[in-house]
Design a protein around this ligand. Structure first.
Ligand code: ADP
Ligand code: MG
Length: 318
């Protein structure tokens, strides 16, 4: 099987909403009138973003999921994806399983693979994703306002705990097999919060997705918006056994990374609507703090004293 057969067999699917999809020198897309077009790219490198032994199917899911998470953070509806693949060799079984994982998630969210590029090289995966929001409505990082509630979706810390476990750092942590399996599943198959993101349009002020850790990604909102935040350490959502020992797992919850949850701010008047949006999207939403004047995020205990973490969030160059 050569490169072109591999593309035809595993990466060519009908893309009915594109004027022209895979197969020509470029795809032709026709954005919906009245919508803003969002474009974002995310890259995954072996050894840096995933373990060498992760299943190709999980990798296909995750490569798309991390990109969909960026669309979710802006409240965008994802439309088209472009896949760049560097593969050490033309491995048909790998391509089959990888594309299965990728297309299963793509179909779930109505995303069409409209093109890509394939080359030989160290295993590297990159997707360029395009999505749409009604003109001027997108959730941005620079729109948080003093007095807003800070919210986060789903559960924090699972991906980071799975990474620590796989790196052999949690041997005596006493976590049950069920909890570790749930963490591993979240690391391999993160859930992009697309429905929630779109439901938050016109409701939330600012949003970002949590990929490098809550404090780091909320930090981007704070910097862009020129505001500060107070976070309540004891409110951070996770699995019940982890919430039962929050202080012990606080580094993972607040700064672990690999969460792919949404962190967003919304006015107090939107509380009931945000709760309702969470219910409709089938996703937990938790109020974890508030936006204040100043800069930076302060993590507080129940007495209002500031907590200092050991970890500051994931930095690829640290
Ligand atoms: P070119 O040589 O003009 O760059 P390619 O041979 O790289 O063209 O690609 C041929 C077609 O296959 C293009 O439409 C391109 O978008 C598509 N394609 C290549 N690799 C992939 C891939 N991994 N996934 C989806 N489409 C791909
Ligand atoms: Mg090419």
């Amino acid at each position: 099987m050569n490169e072109f057969e591999l593309i035809r067999q595993y990466f060519t699917r009908p893309s009915p909403s594109a004027v022209l999809g895979v197969g020509d020198d470029a795809a032709i897309l026709r954005p919906t009138p009245g919508q803003d077009l969002h474009v974002s790219v995310d890259m995954l490198v072996e050894g840096r973003h995933f373990f060498a032994d992760v299943s190709p199917q999980a990798l296909g899911h995750k490569t798309l999921a991390v990109n969909l998470s960026d669309m979710a953070a802006m409240g965008a509806r994802p439309r088209w994806a472009f896949l760049s693949l560097a593969l050490p060799q033309l491995d048909e079984a790998w391509a089959r399983d990888f594309s299965r994982g990728l297309f299963a998630l793509a179909e779930q969210h109505g995303v069409e693979l409209a093109g890509g590029d394939t080359t030989r090289g160290p295993l590297t995966l990159s997707i360029t994703i395009m999505g749409e929001t009604p003109q001027g409505q997108a959730l941005r990082r620079d729109a948080a306002q003093v007095g807003d509630d800070v919210w986060v979706s789903g559960e924090l810390g699972l991906g980071a705990i799975a990474v620590a476990q796989r790196s052999g750092k949690l041997a005596d942590a006493g976590l049950s097999g069920d909890v570790l399996a749930a963490c591993q599943c979240r690391l391999d198959f993160p859930v992009p919060r697309l429905e929630l993101g779109q439901a938050l349009l016109g409701m939330a002020h600012a949003a970002a997705d949590v990929s490098d850790g809550l404090l780091a990604d909320l930090g981007h909102i704070l910097t862009a918006s020129g505001v500060a935040a107070e976070l309540w350490a004891d409110s951070l959502p996770s699995l019940p056994p982890l919430e039962a020992e929050r202080r012990r797992w606080l580094d993972y919850l607040a700064a672990g990374g690999d969460d792919y949850e949404l962190c967003f701010t919304a006015p107090l008047s939107a509380r009931a609507m945000v709760e309702e949006a969470g219910r409709t999207a089938g996703c937990r939403v938790t109020r974890i703090g508030r936006i204040a004047e100043g800069s930076g995020a302060r993590l507080l205990d129940e007495a209002g004293a500031m907590i200092t973490l050991n970890k500051a969030g994931y930095d690829h160059f640290a």
